[in-house]
Design a protein around this ligand. Structure first.
Ligand code: NAD
Length: 444
């Protein structure tokens, strides 16, 4: 099939590469010229395991092409995928300006019968807005043309995006017309051969399903973080409680890890967008507001623990930070808990020595330039370099190399052997036996 994917970010690039891998002819469009140039050289602008060989091979085989201009892609595309960002708007709602800009451009350039599939996460009713926007442009051109707008939300997770796309738990097709449904069924069939997991529903239901999934996962995390706060006061180790409840098949173990808060480009903004939707339609989003509030509190928790131990004036203190990405497996630092922590450390006068296996290039632009130039934040090339003369280590992201480090080497490097474990990775008794002072989340 001939496909065009608009947006070459985490979702668009993975979508384009995976469809090309299955033999489709794919054009991937992005209005970021520098990004397109680097992709055309076979350089991948994001860290995503397995993505680089897919992009390079399909570029070389001629099934994948990158361009800055949508007009270059239109000739006989059957399905256009919109995969541009929907960041948080000023009032918390999803900012649809990029999606509607793409819709407008599609209306200006399409010339054949086609399907427009929305992969971006968008509020209920957006497919109708996209359709109206395209139609208005077609009317302006005096062009009569048959096109369908469908909702095809994406559920991949950063860090495992290629696997998720290749073997999805489910593919949701939110469409009304049999032609659009059958076309997308055919397109996704190679990804769901071993297990028929294509779910067809109305576009509004598909749009809602995406928000519902993210809100449910965020709720589990915030719920567990609230339990952790209770446990800490009650001399209970939340890790035992986690194992105890996860064993219940009705609950399970996924997304019940207490920690220093969720971040990333999806959960925070999607929970807030759903809150805004609730307010707009007159439904009090009581649970969602609490989920968001608990997460904001949780992101401040590591700093509060540091301040309780070392005081609020942290000049002459140095802290090692392990993990900057919002989760392991990605270089994405959008809404990462590390940002909240580091900002508060720097503002309290501390020096930060930080390391992340993938997010070092992102970190170069994530922090104010003067923090880096004046040495308030030092980005170091190895995890152990961060520990040199540090008053404490703060573990923020649970990358695998941080899970079982050489504790005696760490102790020798640090000024004082204090660990703040923002992801409950370590055994408190074991660390205490090795002479560390241990502070976890929800552990007495
Ligand atoms: N990142 C994830 O894990 C994930 C997972 C599922 C769904 N989503 C959703 O998918 C959408 C995209 O997310 P992302 O993380 O890939 O975003 P991203 O910021 O990584 O990528 C978006 C890309 O779109 C490009 N773009 C913006 N406007 C454009 C335009 N008018 N024309 C062409 N290109 C344009 C940008 O230059 C950028 O490269 C969002 O709605 C997000 O909520 C993201």
């Amino acid at each position: 099939m001939k496909l065009t994917v608009i947006g070459a970010g985490y979702v668009g690039l993975v979508t384009a590469a995976c469809f090309a891998e299955m033999g489709n002819e794919v054009v991937c469009v992005d209005n970021n010229g520098a990004r397109i140039d680097s992709l055309n050289r076979g350089e991948i602008p994001i860290h995503e395991p397995g993505l680089e060989p897919l992009v390079r091979n399909n570029l070389a085989e001629g099934r994948l092409r990158f361009t800055e201009r949508l007009a270059d892609a239109v000739d006989d595309t059957l399905v256009y995928f919109i995969a541009v960002g929907t960041p948080q708007g000023e009032d918390g709602s999803a900012d649809l300006s990029h999606v509607l800009e793409v819709a407008k451009e599609l209306g200006r350039v399409i010339r054949h019968r086609c399907i427009v599939a929305d992969k971006s996460t968008v509020p209920v009713g957006t497919a109708e807005k996209v359709k109206a926007t395209i139609q208005a442009e077609l009317n302006r051109r005096g062009q009569k043309l048959d096109f369908e707008v469908v909702s095809n939300p994406e559920f991949l997770k950063e860090g495992d995006a290629v696997n998720d796309f290749m073997r999805p738990d489910r593919v949701i097709i939110g469409a009304e017309s049999p032609w659009a449904i059958e076309t997308l069924r055919e397109l996704y069939a190679p990804f769901t051969r071993s297990h028929e997991r294509i779910l067809v529903m109305r576009p509004r239901e598909a749009e809602m399903t995406k928000y519902a999934a993210n809100a449910m996962l965020a709720t589990r995390i915030s719920f567990m973080n609230e339990l952790a706060a209770l446990c800490e006061r009650l001399e209970v180790d939340v890790e035992r409680v986690r194992i105890g409840i996860g064993a219940d098949q009705r609950i399970g173990y996924a997304f019940i890890y207490p920690g220093c808060g969720y971040g990333g480009s999806c959960f925070p903004k999607d929970v807030r967008a759903l809150i805004r939707t609730g307010e707009q339609v007159g439904v009090e989003p009581a649970i969602l507001k609490a989920v968001d509030r608990r997460n904001e509190m949780q992101k401040r928790l590591l700093f509060e623990k540091v301040a309780a131990r070392f005081g609020t004036d942290l000049s002459n203190r140095t802290f090692a930070v392990w993990g900057l990405a919002f989760k392991p497996g990605t270089d994405d630092m959008r809404e990462a808990p590390s940002r909240v922590l580091i900002e508060r450390l720097v503002r309290s006068g501390a020096k930060v020595q930080a390391y992340d296996p993938a997010a070092m290039p992102t970190a170069q632009t994530a922090f104010p330039g003067e923090w880096l130039s004046l040495g308030s934040v030092k980005l170091v090339p190895h995890q152990y370099d961060a520990l040199a003369n540090a008053d404490a280590l703060i573990l923020v992201t649970e990358w695998k190399p941080f899970r079982h480090p050489d504790f005696s080497r760490m102790k020798a490097l640090m000024k004082t052997p204090v660990i703040f474990d923002g992801r409950n990775q370590y055994d408190p008794d074991d660390l205490r036996a090795q002479g560390f002072e241990y502070h976890g989340i929800g552990r007495p």
